[in-house]
Design a protein around this ligand. Structure first.
Ligand SMILES: C[S@@+](CC[C@H](N)C(=O)[O-])C[C@H]1O[C@@H](n2cnc3c(N)ncnc32)[C@H](O)[C@@H]1O
Length: 257
């Protein structure tokens, strides 16, 4: 993987800034994500708990973890995203260690040194096929300590494909005197088929002028069972699995023996 190549997410600052740009420190510290994983985080009782956010995006979740006292390393294949994560951590005056790395590169940079590896916010779907997905997840497992936990959070692709929705529209967001309406235009090709989503972002100015930002991302949907099979095959004990056919998202915790 050549990280000098422009990555899909390199131009996503408009979306991430509007979603997260003006959070108060306290709000960030109490992010729903922290509450959702409270039991897992508290199950590691060593004085120092080491966490890797392996698809950190703009770093919002890594920074929330650091604000709660954890030792956090945040990596992402997109150098622009890692740049945001660095700027964001300065803004909140908290220290995280960052690096521009693809999942496949992690074992060459890190020892099996992490108690928890997060791969969240629907990231693993960017592995382009089943073989790469297994290799990528294997890389995440390799940097876990024994008894460490891999957390994978993903959209429920079976449900989404069955619904065959073309558009997802999000609620309006306000940020720095402007209003934003995000919209996803899905172009599905089926399970295990490379697909595309166009992300359209309308920025509405005070005088009602509208600017349009757009970007497209590629992804390859997979079934819940295939993800579970990969995690088990890589030797992980499945200690939590929130999959439900009616729910849009699920997460799986896999513990290394
Ligand atoms: C949907 S975003 C999620 C970001 C963040 N985890 C969140 O919850 O907001 C997916 C992230 O995965 C990163 N990514 C995609 N493929 C990757 C790879 N092979 N290695 C590392 N990061 C990757 C993208 O650059 C992007 O920042």
């Amino acid at each position: 993987m050549n990280n000098d190549e422009k990555q899909d997410y390199d131009k996503m600052n408009w979306l991430y800034n509007a979603f997260y740009g003006d959070m108060e420190t306290e709000q960030l510290q109490q992010l729903e994500f922290i509450e959702n994983h409270k039991n897992l985080l508290q199950s590691y009782t060593d004085k120092e708990v080491y966490i890797l956010d392996s698809a950190c995006g703009n770093g919002v979740k890594a920074i929330a973890l650091a604000l709660n006292g954890y030792n956090v390393t945040a990596t992402d294949i997109s150098s622009e995203m890692v740049k945001f994560a660095n700027e964001f951590s300065k803004k909140y005056n908290v220290s995280i260690s960052t690096d521009v790395k693809s999942w496949s590169e992690l074992p060459s940079v890190f020892e099996p040194q992490f108690d928890i590896v997060f791969n969240i916010g629907n990231s693993i779907v960017h592995s382009p096929n089943a073989v790469t997905r297994e290799n990528d997840i294997s890389s995440l497992v390799q940097v876990l300590k024994r008894k460490g936990t891999l957390v994978i959070e993903t959209r429920n692709w079976e449900k989404i494909l069955a619904e065959n929705k073309r558009f997802t529209v999000y609620d309006k967001i306000s940020y720095l005197d402007k209003e934003y309406i995000p919209m996803y235009h899905w172009k599905f090709n089926g399970i295990e088929q490379e697909s595309e989503v166009e992300i359209l972002f309308q920025e509405i100015w005070k005088d009602n002028h509208v600017e349009l930002y757009e970007n497209s991302l590629s992804f390859t949907p997979f079934t819940h069972m295939s993800l579970l099979d990969i995690m088990k095959k890589l030797g992980l004990d499945i200690i939590k699995d929130t999959f439900h056919k009616e729910c849009d998202w699920y997460l799986i915790y896999g513990r290394k023996a």
